[in-house]
Write a protein that binds this ligand. Sequence first.
Ligand code: GRF
Length: 200
Amino acid sequence: MKRIRTAVLISGSGSNMVSLARAATSPAFPAAITLVLSSNPDAGGLEKARALGLDTQSVDHRSFGRDRAAFEHEIDAILLRHRIEFIALAGFMRVLTPDFVRRWAGRMVNIHPSLLPKFRGLDTHARVLGAGEREHGCTVHWVVADLDAGPNIAQLHVPVLPGDDETTLAARVLEAEHLLYPRALALALEQFAQKRTPIL
Ligand code: GRF
C-alpha cells in the first residue's frame, strides 16, 4: 500500500498531532506523517514532533501582518517541497483564505472540539456549558471556505457531567479527540484514495 504523504498543521501544544503520528507508526495506517508545520515558531508541538523524529517547519504568521495570501504562499511552497498530498489541521489557529481552501479541496481535514454543526468557532466548551447542554464532543470534517462548516467525516460524543467546568470538559473532549482523529483521518483517506482530487 502506498501511504499518503500527509502534513499536520499546528499552532499550539500538538497533542492531536502526536495521536496522529503514533497511529502512523503502524505500516497499515494509510497516512505517512511526513511534515509537521506550525504557524507559531514557539508552539510546544514542534518539540514533540522533533522528539518523534518528524520533519518540522514553522511559518510565523506575525511576520506577514495581514497578508494572508503571502503567509499561505510560503506554506504552499513548503508543502510542495515536501511533496505533501494531504493536510490534517490539528489546532491550527489561522483562518485560511478561500483560495488556499480551494487549492486543497478534498485533501484537507480539521478537528473541531464540538458536535458540529453545533458550536462552530472558538470557546466551544464555555458555550456548551453556558447553553446547558448534556452532551458535547468533537468532529473531524472536510475543510471548506466557511469556518467549521465542511461535511462531517466522524464524531465522538462525551457527556457533560454535573460539576463540570471548562477545564474538566475540555480535558474529556481532548481525550476523545485523540481517539477520533486517527480513525477519522483513515476514513477520509479512504474516500480521498477513491477520488484523488488534484491539487490546483
Ligand atoms: C483541540 O481541541 C482542537 O480540536 C482545537 O484546538 C485544540 C488543539 O489541541 N482545534 P492540540 O494542539 O492538538 O493539543
